[in-house]
Design a protein around this ligand. Structure first.
Ligand code: PLP
Length: 383
């Protein structure tokens, strides 16, 4: 099936399946084999070569979702990031990273990349001049994350692609927060698109996986290093992930609709000081969000009025669970000051805009009225 003119739900459901010639089952059969005949085969199949039947099929679904030539699946989002960067960069090369990053990515950069003599600079903001002034003679890659965690700041994807072309380097985005349903960065010329498939692609808080999509040429390069690093995903989980992605558009569209309604409601709540959501007109990047996002996503953050106990509020919630991670069908909430940004000093947190009253909210697929009712009862008991 050609993917060019077919709709997103059809891609989710049908592209990248293993066809069962023997029994004609309606879904992909699962191949757990670690050994395949090499007689007359053009590819020597082996799970660590990322080419088992289930991996090969799901990679096609990832590529189609991101409108790219090729894709790969990994054991985690961090495996996708580490394998890609180690494949494309060498000693003496330089990367430009954004001002704020997912914590695991930040740790990989400062603890691991430096061991390999790969240099890096963090941009001082999210604008063109912030990224351009960080570019050096030896810059090989510009990396972005948009919307960013937890304050939902946006980076202009067309601007990043243009800068990368001008300075003859590659562009890469962590597209986890938006998911391919709300943002397809290849439309704007981004070279490499990465996902923590543990989040919206898996969507049920029960799968750890990662994915990348890019040109065939770059995927071939990443593949050549990845087979030596060994971060592939177990075929059983590949099969589960394919099943999960079939409903990704339905889930994410409901989560995005819910998030927009809840963001608007929170914005008018007397106990809320500020809401960070790219789909609100009050968001500083609202115009950019409209330009590069198809939906505004299921993630938002909000700050309680100074003096109110945000952690106490969170603990009073009954339907909404306070838990790490995000993007499941169930709504979850966390305090960045207590979790992802705990190791920073209060001054450092303040500088990054992470107050003790800030809560990061991952909106699920539940009915908005039920989520609101839970928030209302928690608001009514805090001081
Ligand atoms: C979770 C996450 C990652 C890391 O993914 P894992 O699957 O946990 O390894 C990377 N980037 C973002 C934005 C994430 O939310």
């Amino acid at each position: 099936m050609k993917t060019k003119n077919i709709g997103i739900n059809t891609i989710c459901t049908h592209i990248g399946e293993v066809h069962d010639e023997q029994f004609k089952s309606a879904i992909s059969p699962l191949f757990m084999a670690t050994s395949y005949s090499y007689d007359g085969m053009d590819a020597k199949r082996y799970p660590r070569s990322f080419n088992s039947p289930n991996q090969e099929a799901l990679s096609k679904k990832i590529a189609a979702l991101e409108k790219c030539e090729a894709g790969m699946i990994f054991g985690s989002g961090m495996a996708a990031i580490s394998h890609t960067l180690l494949a494309l960069l060498k000693k003496g090369d330089h990367i430009v990273f954004p001002e704020t990053l997912y914590g695991g990515t930040y740790n990989f950069i400062v603890k691991e990349l430096s061991k390999f003599g790969i240099e890096y600079t963090f941009a001082k903001g999210f604008k063109r001049e912030d990224f351009e002034s960080a570019i050096k003679q030896n810059t090989k890659l510009i990396y972005t994350e948009t919307p960013s965690n937890p304050l939902m700041k946006l980076t202009d994807l067309a601007m990043i692609a243009e800068l990368a072309k001008k300075h003859k380097c590659l562009s890469m985005i962590d597209n986890t927060f938006a998911s391919p349903i709300n943002q397809t960065p290849a439309d704007f010329g981004i070279d490499i698109i990465m996902h923590s498939a543990t989040k919206y692609m898996g969507g049920h808080s029960d799968i750890s996986a990662g994915a990348i999509a890019s040109s065939q040429e770059l995927i071939d390069k990443i593949w050549a290093t990845s087979i030596n690093l060994g971060g592939h995903l177990s075929d059983y989980t590949v099969w589960l992930l394919e099943r999960s992605i079939k409903t990704m558009a339905l889930r994410v569209q409901q989560q995005s609709r819910n998030a927009k309604k809840i963001a608007k409601w929170l914005e008018n709540h007397p106990q809320v000081a500020k809401v960070y959501y790219p789909g609100l007109k009050s968001h500083p990047d609202y115009a950019l969000a409209k330009k590069q996002m198809k939906g505004y996503g299921g993630m938002l953050s909000f700050e309680l009025v100074k003096g109110l106990d945000a952690v106490g509020f969170m603990r009073k919630l009954k339907l909404v669970k306070y838990s790490m991670s995000l993007a499941g069908v169930e709504s979850t909430i966390l305090s960045p000051a207590e979790t992802s940004h705990f190791l920073l000093t209060p001054e450092e947190r303040e500088k990054q805009g992470i107050s003790d009253g800030l809560l990061r909210f991952s909106i699920g697929i539940e009915e908005v009225k039920d989520i609101k009712a839970d928030l209302v009862q928690a608001f009514s008991v805090i001081k």
